[in-house]
Design a protein around this ligand. Structure first.
Ligand SMILES: Cc1cc2nc3c(=O)[nH]c(=O)nc-3n(C[C@H](O)[C@H](O)[C@H](O)COP(=O)(O)O)c2cc1C
Length: 202
């Protein structure tokens, strides 16, 4: 059992999404004690933005040699993804969607003919389906009746993951982290959901 843990918060101490993602990893390790965890910390080691060589390679423009670095980086990230039996993604909402470091990872792994293929019906995922656990944190509210901002985070992540063939998605959401009473209630709910999804042995 291989767990790929992707962390996108720029904060090391005090990150709600990182703490929740770590709790999910811990629960998975409780079920699979021999699980190997690969941590890809996108803030500690940010991926470069898409460059000309990579854009050319994806557009099918032949530039011998030039594409090698970018394509090799993308290949390595896709291999890491293929080798994972479960994914845990911890991410904040930044300006209604994913932080730029996570967008950069997506640009490297959501790749034509590698993780999806075009078809008359639309893009078809090429990855084996496997569970993806998403730990999300936002300063305000974006889900439910009290939400006062758009949500380009959950539909976007769902579209990206579905496009690659990943449909078994489990969202754990901490909303309202900037207000201590909302954060406390959100944590209580998230931990209850964790207990429900990963019941501890009696
Ligand atoms: C650049 C930036 C943009 C943000 N944009 C939003 C936003 O659009 N909506 C929101 O509710 N919170 C927003 N926040 C607040 C974070 O989502 C919130 O602090 C969250 O807890 C961060 O995740 P973390 O605790 O895992 O670091 C933003 C924070 C930063 C730094």
């Amino acid at each position: 059992m291989n767990i790929l843990h992707i962390s996108a918060s720029p904060r090391t101490a005090g990150s709600h999404s990182a703490r929740l993602a770590a709790a999910i990893v811990e629960r998975l390790q409780g079920i699979h004690p021999r699980a190997q965890v690969v941590l890809r910390d996108l803030s500690a080691e940010p991926l470069p933005h898409v460059d000309a060589a990579y854009a050319d390679a994806l557009a099918g423009v032949a530039r011998p040699g030039a594409a090698s670095d970018a394509a090799a980086r993308s290949d390595a990230l896709i291999t890491e993804l293929e080798q994972a039996d479960a994914l845990v993604i911890g991410t904040p909402m930044h300006n209604f969607t994913v932080p730029s470091v996570l967008k950069s990872w997506i640009d490297h792994v959501l790749r034509i003919h590698r993780t999806f293929a075009p078809s008359p019906e639309g893009k078809r995922g090429l990855l084996r389906n496997r569970p993806v656990y998403l730990a999300l944190a936002s300063g305000g509210l974006f889900l439910g009746e009290a939400a006062r901002q758009p949500d380009f985070l959950t539909p976007y992540l769902r579209a990206v993951l579905n496009t690659m063939g990943l449909y078994d998605l489990h969202f754990f959401v901490l909303q309202g982290t900037v207000r201590s009473e909302q954060a406390a209630a959100a944590w209580q709910q998230a931990l209850a959901l964790l207990d429900q999804r990963f019941p501890r042995a009696a």
